[in-house]
Design a protein around this ligand. Structure first.
Ligand code: ZN
Ligand code: ZN
Length: 760
């Protein structure tokens, strides 16, 4: 036996593009990590396949007389992956044009730290076998189940029953529930049902803070040892503990952020829930740039298990999939039609309007449920749009594009942007009406949330004398002023410098601070409400999971009266004592050159307002705006959410954007602009080879190459090429050609982004 040689294919980050073939004397290495030498370097690798004797590649290698290197030693006692995990890696490799090292890297760590650690263990030779899995007894579960009376309302019960009857196979469900409708209680009840059947549930949430919130709810019904938490901020040691718990089948409920999708060996997994399905945090920002929603869909399909999407504001793509007629409307570019014409056609509808009935669609593959009532007799907040008369006409909203276009005045003072006087920085930011409202709520010991989607003190500190503003030396963006630290920071590359009060150009001390962020808003509020506890909730303040948890606790306990936060705060949190939500000027986002900008603002409005009045006290939302008559705001005010979706869908169809086309974005970056431009033009030629016919048939549009909205980040010049197509068959072969022709040694790097969430 000892003479027999086995051949394996393995993946390591040291060989990017294809699996490598190695030999070993053991036949038991499949899905374990091993150490091998690649290009004279020791490397951690994962074994993904045992070669069959008739493997053509292997035979070819042996025939050529190439000596196949041997595996040096094995790191894992147990297999780390299952066949299903491998299948998912292969699917992701194809769909996202990702290399094996990128996809397997999601499941296992190739970190070299393992080399040292395992050596140490080998010396001690006292490794004990992990304790065997003991499935929790059903008796305990039943007891717990009885202890907690989860009372669902009629709507929730109907959804629960309907999903419960189809838990044994692949199905996709969308639960669109107004904020506070108690979607999580439906999840909990379903999870308990599956626990009784000795199965487990994976619940994905977009943010780490929501992992803890979901855990708190589940602890009401399940013992702590049956709930595993998984997110990217776990220490390596905790990570190993969670992995072991999952591997041994002890965890019945796994709550995690997107990385939890790649927990290896979730053998008894029988339901996946993607909560807050619309969140951008579900998109991975580095290769492979996967979307959690789509990967979860594949996992559920491969395993033949149900998948639930939950949201108060489903993404347009998911909403369309849930409500579209059986026959898709558009399979090619629509006839050119001016957008203005479409906007006025209010009667035009793409799908049946489900506003007035609870709708369980039977024609679409995605089952659609609507929860219209808030859980526990709580009413939805009233939303007011307050036209700020003082600022109207005076305030200008600057987009990054406008700022990019205006060169820093040190280069050419003549083109410095003409910012408005410091109107934004003074107390008129809050109208008298809103100030009165806040006073009233505070007097009654209620809590207030102020939402502003920008951090720092001022995104563009501006010299009032000469128009100079500090900009990042590495990126084409202005530097944000952080007052407490007296620092200027770039939010794109992390560059920072000390803030100097005198202007670099004219030496005068006349800075104003427009484009205010959370820090400035806190300052203004502290002036207005001197004796009130006012704190910030953004990523500058809450740098660790611990700090974040502490601040959430303080706010829940009532020691903070006003919390000023970014979108971090607007997501899914539950604060019963919040009576008033103030949103500051959401219209800034509308001006971004992004086809999703209306969807973003709509989502911000609905989600953020959902944080108010989550108890029996009626909540109120005040939106300070200079655009009170915008049609979007009218729809939100009148609660016509389905009409919003319909009008957006029409715009998307006219402009050939998702869900009516597939979007692929190729971003090129390099240190020298001419190189980037040249590569971009060559890249377009490659793309044209694949899409020439479908462009002629009006099934594909190519935009660019053109400079990205932010032309330079981290010293790299950026160009992009965007492909909108319904000719999806050509996409994968094209991307694989590009990916494989590309070498990391080249001067220009190409990022492949399938289904991008933004085009900046
Ligand atoms: Zn100046
Ligand atoms: Zn920068």
């Amino acid at each position: 036996m000892a003479d027999r040689v086995y051949y394996y294919k393995l993946v390591t980050k040291h060989a990017l593009k294809t699996p490598l073939t190695y030999a070993a004397c053991s036949g038991e290495l499949l899905y374990k990590r091993v150490v091998v030498t690649v290009r004279r370097q020791k490397a951690v690798a994962i074994v993904i396949e045992r070669c069959r004797e008739d493997d053509e590649e292997l035979i070819a290698l042996l025939r050529k007389g190439i000596q196949i290197k041997t595996i040096e030693y094995v790191l894992d006692e147990h297999a780390l992956l299952s066949a299903q995990d491998v299948r998912l890696c292969e699917w992701m490799g194809r769909y996202y044009a990702a290399f094996p090292s990128e996809t397997y890297g999601l499941f296992v760590s190739f970190a070299d730290a393992w080399l040292k650690e395992k050596h140490k263990n080998k010396e001690h030779k006292n490794q004990s076998d992990p304790p065997q899995a003991k499935p929790p007894s059903t008796a305990v579960l039943d007891q717990n189940h009885n202890q907690l009376a989860i009372v669902l309302n009629d709507e929730q019960t109907e959804v629960y029953r309907s999903i419960c009857s189809e838990l044994d196979r692949f199905n996709v469900f969308l639960i669109k529930g107004v904020t506070g409708s108690g979607k999580s209680y439906v999840y909990l009840k379903l999870a308990l049902e599956l626990c009784k059947r000795q199965k487990s549930v994976l619940i994905l949430v977009p943010e780490i803070s929501l992992v803890f919130q979901m855990q708190t709810l589940f602890l009401k019904a399940l013992p702590i040892e049956q709930i595993a938490l998984f997110h990217s901020k776990l220490t390596p040691k905790n990570r190993e503990t969670v992995l072991a718990t999952v591997r041994m089948g002890r965890a019945r409920v796994i709550i995690g952020t997107r990385s939890a999708l790649f927990l290896p060996q979730l053998t008894v997994l029988s339901l996946i829930i993607v909560d807050e399905e619309h969140e951008n945090a579900y998109k991975n920002s580095s290769a492979p740039r996967y979307h959690t929603r789509d990967v979860a869909h594949q996992v559920a399909r491969f395993r033949n298990i149900p998948l639930i999407f939950g949201s108060a504001t489903p993404s347009l793509e998911t909403y369309y999939a849930a409500t579209k007629p059986t026959h898709p409307l558009s399979t090619h570019l629509p006839p050119t039609q001016p957008l203005s014409q479409v906007k006025t056609t209010t009667t035009q509808k793409l799908a049946p309007n489900n506003d007035n009935k609870r709708h369980v669609s039977s024609t679409s593959r995605l089952r659609y449920y609507v929860l219209k009532k808030r859980y526990g007799k709580v009413h939805l907040p009233t939303i007011y749009f307050n036209q700020n008369k003082i600022l109207s006409g005076r305030i200008s909203v600057f987009t990054k594009k406008q700022i990019n276009q205006a060169k820093p005045s040190s280069a050419n003072p003549a083109v410095a942007p003409s910012y408005p006087p410091s109107a934004e920085t003074n107390l008129t930011l809050f109208s008298a009406q809103v100030i009165k409202k806040i006073e009233h709520v505070l007097a009654e010991k209620g809590q207030v949330i102020v939402y502003i989607n920008r951090r720092g003190y001022s995104a563009t500190p501006l010299c009032m004398n000469c128009g100079y503003y500090p900009s990042c030396p590495n990126c084409t963006v202005s530097l944000t002023y952080h007052k407490a630290q007296q620092k200027l920071r770039c939010h794109y590359c992390g560059y920072n410098e000390v803030f100097k009060k005198s202007c670099l150009k004219c030496k005068l001390e006349q800075f104003s601070y427009p484009r205010y962020g959370t820090e400035q808003v806190v300052g203004i509020l502290r002036e207005l409400f001197a004796s009130t506890a006012i704190e910030r909730f953004d990523s500058d303040e809450l740098t660790t999971a611990k700090k974040l948890e502490a601040r959430l606790k303080d706010f829940s306990a009532g020691t903070i009266s006003i919390l000023v936060g970014t979108q971090m705060l607007a997501k899914g949190h539950d604060f019963p004592a919040v009576r008033l939500m103030v949103m500051l000027y959401p219209e800034r986002t509308l001006l971004l050159p992004d086809f999703r900008s209306y969807e973003r603002v709509y989502r911000e409005l609905v989600q953020a307002s959902g944080r108010a009045g989550r108890s029996k006290l009626q909540g109120e939302v005040f939106v300070e705006t200079t655009f009170a008559n915008d049609p979007l705001f009218r729809l939100v005010r009148e609660g016509r959410f389905d009409d919003f979706y319909q009008s957006e869908l029409i715009k998307r169809q006219v402009n050939f954007y998702p869900p009516f086309s597939k979007l692929v974005r190729l971003v090129l970056r390099g240190e020298k602009l001419p190189d980037v431009k040249e590569t971009a033009l060559k890249l377009k030629q490659v793309v044209l080879i694949y899409f020439k016919a479908s462009i002629a048939a009006r099934k594909t549009q190519i935009i660019g190459p053109q400079p990205c909205l932010i032309e330079r980040i981290k010293r790299y010049f950026r160009y992009h090429l965007t492909i909108k197509t319904v000719d999806t068959k050509a996409v994968i072969p094209m991307l694989h050609t590009i990916k494989h022709a590309h070498s990391s040694k080249k001067k220009v790097f190409i990022e492949i982004d399938i289904d991008p969430i933004d085009l900046f």
